[in-house]
Design a protein around this ligand. Structure first.
Ligand SMILES: Nc1nc2c(ncn2[C@@H]2O[C@H](COP(=O)(O)OP(=O)(O)OP(=O)(O)O)[C@@H](O)[C@H]2O)c(=O)[nH]1
Ligand SMILES: [Mg+2]
Length: 620
């Protein structure tokens, strides 16, 4: 569990953390010199009945609110610190707003420096604080008067924190590992070390990780949780990870460590955004803001549905960020902008991996099952990558099967499709085949590979639908070709005329028929069209292609093979001259015909010449 401080500058956050934990989290020389917190500080705190809680101490200075956001992200429990002598101040309010935007619900308010005020004043400050908390998640939070100076109230504060912590649901570690990095440094002999709060999942010391935004694989050298070497770290822990061979410049605040192949960095997201009730402005159609998500901070363009976001009601938006970031459905973020820069609102990611041209998503913050239905419908016959879904839906991988079954999704290979995608792909296949048949009436079918390229769907899904259509008898798939059942090449009247002429001329030429080009010249026809007609005739068995451009009648082929059968004795080899004598063909016809015989298995070719294969030669 992680506890984060919040509160105005100089209100005593760091002093209180030290009084509670014994750790001075202001470790930078500049922090010492100026007496303020500049960067995040960390310390372990033991809470009775809870165990060790990781404390993140944040700066209160208005110039460091972005650092506060990076510290507050991933916090389970807030320690809101208000100095009793000053009461509620601007960053008290801003930090409270940020905690609310980040979804931090549990917390305790410490009215510190109580040694500086009397009871009457303290009562006024209590009222002041109550009204500042009103309506927010901390409206019912316990208020405890303390002093870091005298130690007064510290025990009461500890027990109040334990009570608040007891109500925080524990984060399951049966999930994808993610740790946004908030600090990176080098330790001599160990190398690059990064620290952060584990948001989800667990990581073992021998685990493989990916580092985003670069996406590169990294290896873990050592792990620490709350300052001790450990074998694994898990959700809700402050952890340090020593990485093998990673350059320090790649792992600053804003980078994130994740495991598995489910995560991807993206620049287009969909979200629901709301502006703080007291935000001075509304958001226009393409407002430019700073987006804080996890520990990353990037420039973002917000494109609201309906054009604008007014303070108050949440509005669906499309978010386009300047640099790729890793996010997950359900992630909370903070938006800052204006000059001077201030926190103006925030929101919840509804689609971290939005399609490139996706518009703001009307679905809003929905349940994983309704998000899944939306995404399936949107993806059409393209389908969704299964590996993306735990991130895109914000659920553990183990929850996927049930969600997909509930949505009646159709799963093929590594994707899931809407149930009606099958029909849509079937329809596309039907259209593509019909068009092809119409445009190529003499072609026996469509090459399967070519057909796949015409269908806008991943190949495995197309193949499954083809199998199904074949099983249903809608199409016929054979020898790498596909056609609609009932389709057969049809010759037109004119082509039938050519076919008769071809058959007559080829038959008349007996064992030395003309080529297609010669026939085309003689008939004044197009040789491509004649080729198509000859293919149809050869499928009908009326012609045989001995060469690619020379067709024989079956009776001429039989006559020639009979001549061979007469001449060749089984088991003997014959050279071309002898074979020519048997066949009585000129060289121009001889070699192609012998190659045809080899091809169809009448003869076998070896180094010496050709020999008859078996006895089938005798009766072709
Ligand atoms: N009298 C009194 N002074 C306190 C108490 N707590 C803190 N201070 C003083 O208040 C000043 C600011 O304290 P810090 O703990 O640095 O305040 P902070 O909230 O961490 O400040 P930032 O991190 O810069 O926002 C210091 O001079 C502390 O000595 C307290 O309980 N009583
Ligand atoms: Mg401080």
């Amino acid at each position: 569990m992680i506890l984060g401080t919040a509160g105005h500058i100089d209100h005593g956050k760091t002093s209180l953390v030290r009084a509670l934990t014994g750790v001075d989290t202001d470790r930078l020389p500049e922090e010492k010199r100026r007496g303020i917190t500049i960067d995040l500080g960390f310390a372990p705190l033991h809470l009775d009945g809870i165990g060790t809680v990781g404390v993140v101490d944040v700066p209160g200075h208005e110039a460091f609110v972005r650092t506060m956001v990076a510290g507050a992200t991933g916090v389970d429990l807030a320690l809101v610190v208000v100095a009793a002598d000053e009461g509620v101040m601007p960053q008290t309010r801003e930090h409270l707003a940020i905690l609310r935007l980040l979804g931090v619900h549990a917390g305790v308010v410490a009215l510190t420096k109580s040694d500086l005020v009397d009871e009457e004043w303290l009562a006024l400050v209590r009222e002041d604080v109550r009204s500042a908390l009103g309506g927010g998640p901390f409206a019912e939070a316990e208020l405890v008067a303390v002093s870091a100076m005298t130690g007064a109230g510290l025990d009461a504060l500890r027990s109040a924190l334990s009570r608040a912590a007891a109500g925080v649901p524990s984060r399951g570690s049966d999930d994808l590992f993610r740790m946004p990095i908030d600090r990176a440094f080098t330790i001599r002999g160990t190398g690059t070390v990064v620290t952060g709060t584990v948001w989800s999942g667990a990581l073992a010391r021998d685990g493989a990780l990916r580092l985003y935004p670069s996406g590169e694989m990294v290896r873990v050298r050592a792990l620490q949780a709350h300052g001790h070497a450990v074998e694994h770290i898990s959700a809700g822990e402050r952890a340090a990870v020593a990485l093998s061979g990673v350059d320090l410049s790649l792992v600053g605040r804003g980078a994130v460590l994740v495991s598995g192949d489910a995560w991807r960095a993206s620049t287009v997201m969909r979200a629901e955004v709301s502006l703080l009730a007291d935000a001075a402005r509304s958001l226009g159609p393409r407002s430019r803001l700073r987006l804080h998500l996890g520990t990353s901070e990037v420039g973002a363009r917000v494109v609201p549905l309906g054009g604008t976001v007014e303070p108050g009601e949440p509005v669906p938006v499309r978010l386009v960020v300047d640099e790729p970031i890793v996010s997950r459905a359900g992630d909370r973020f903070v938006l800052r902008g204006g000059s001077p820069v201030e926190t103006i609102g925030g929101g919840i990611v509804t689609d971290p991996l939005a399609p490139r041209r996706a518009r703001a998503w009307k679905g809003g913050v929905a349940s994983p099952s309704s998000s899944l239905r939306q995404f399936l419908d949107e993806s059409g016959s393209g389908g969704l990558r299964l590996a993306d879904l735990p991130v895109r839906l914000g659920v553990a991988r183990s929850a996927l099967d049930a969600l997909l079954a509930e949505a009646a999704a159709w799963r093929v290979a590594d994707r899931a499709y809407a149930a009606d995608a099958r029909d849509a792909i079937g329809e596309q296949i039907h259209v593509a085949l019909s068009r092809h048949h119409a445009a190529n009436p003499l072609a026996s079918g469509v090459q399967r590979q070519w057909l796949r390229t015409r269908i806008r769907a991943p190949e495995p899904a197309v193949d499954v639908v083809l199998e199904q259509l074949a099983a249903e008898g809608v199409i016929v798939a054979e020898q790498g070709e596909v056609r609609l059942a009932g389709f057969s090449p049809q010759l037109t009247e004119r082509q039938r005329g050519f076919a008769d002429a071809l058959l007559t001329r080829i038959a008349a030429a007996s064992v030395e028929p003309p080529t297609l080009e010669e026939l085309a010249a003689g008939l004044q026809a197009d040789s491509l069209e004649l080729t198509a007609i000859c293919r149809v005739l050869s499928r009908e068995g009326a012609l045989i292609a001995v060469e690619s451009n020379r067709y024989y009648t079956p009776s001429s082929v039989s006559e020639l093979t009979e001549r061979l059968a007469k001449g060749m004795v089984a088991g003997a080899d014959y050279g071309p001259a002898e074979l020519r004598d048997f066949l009585g063909l000129t060289r121009k016809f001889l070699i192609p015909f012998l190659e045809y015989c080899d091809r169809v298995g009448y003869t076998i070719r070896n180094e010496v010449g050709r020999r008859r294969r078996g006895t089938e030669l005798a009766k072709p």
